[in-house]
Ligand binder design. Structure first.
Ligand code: PGA
Length: 251
């Protein structure tokens, strides 16, 4: 049985105090449920204290939203996997479309980031997804498969099975337009099938594939009810417990 995950991505939001307050609220409002995990992708400033707050709540973890691929060195403004690992971070979101768009992350850079995160014993939450133009032209499945193939298919089976994939169509991120449950299911099934062809049925069927893009309390139930949708990577609606909790509770 694959794990169901509700992951929040706060992006560049929340002061130090606001963030820790929300971490406490999520911790207090949730409890252990077999087969379900909650992950909160906070800015770097919150990670260390959030790990401490969550020490007795193993059903909630934090994620960094990015890291650098190098172990250390002259990379002003960057953060390494060993730094994140040294404060107890277990997950790193990689390849979010905003990182690809605004910070020029490429499929090639992501090979190195994925290797660095896995090498540090952490789990990448690897994002993929197509633009509206690509969807309108009808080659979204091929495009997303290409992203996966280029950045992940060098991995050995033993590494690949540690990944979490997040399918996030760019046209649905922060726009209020959600992929329909059918559109999400179609892409998740396509991704799982593509992975199955490369890594085999067992690894593919155990892989958690999250949907991201305007997930809200009102649409989470229908999205998560799809057989290949194993939860969500949630941006805007993860910024308050009021919105994030009902999403978590759909899993
Ligand atoms: P959204 O963001 O839920 O605000 O659309 C999702 C994401 O970018 O991960």
């Amino acid at each position: 049985m694959r794990l169901k995950i509700a992951a929040g991505n706060w992006k560049m939001n929340k002061t130090y105090e606001e963030g820790l307050q929300l971490v406490r609220e999520i911790k207090d409002a949730t409890s252990h449920k077999e087969g379900r995990h909650v992950i909160i992708g906070t800015p770097f400033i919150h990670l260390k204290d959030a790990v401490k707050i969550l020490i007795d709540s193993p059903w909630v973890d934090v994620a960094a939203q990015n890291c650098h691929q190098a172990e250390k060195g002259a990379y002003t403004g960057e953060i390494s996997t060993s730094m994140l690992q040294s404060i107890g971070v277990n997950y790193v979101i990689l390849g979010h479309s905003e990182r690809r768009q605004y910070f020029h992350e490429t499929n090639e850079t992501l090979i190195q980031k994925v290797d660095a995160v896995l090498g540090a014993g952490m789990t990448p939450i690897f994002c993929c997804g197509e633009s509206l133009d690509i969807r309108n032209e009808g080659w979204h499945a091929r495009y997303v498969n290409g992203q996966l193939e280029k950045s992940l298919f060098h991995l050995h089976e033993s590494e690949f099975k540690k990944l979490i994939i997040a399918y996030e169509p760019i046209w649905a991120i922060g726009t209020g337009v959600t992929a329909s449950p059918e559109q999400a299911q179609e892409m998740h099934a396509s991704i799982r099938g593509f992975i199955s062809d490369r890594y085999g049925k067992e690894i593919a069927s155990n892989l958690t594939i999250l949907y991201g893009g305007s997930v809200k309390p009102a649409n989470a139930a229908q999205l998560f009810a799809q057989p290949d949708v194993d939860g969500g990577l949630v941006g805007g609606a993860s910024l308050t417990c009021e919105n994030f909790l009902p999403i978590i509770n759909q899993l």
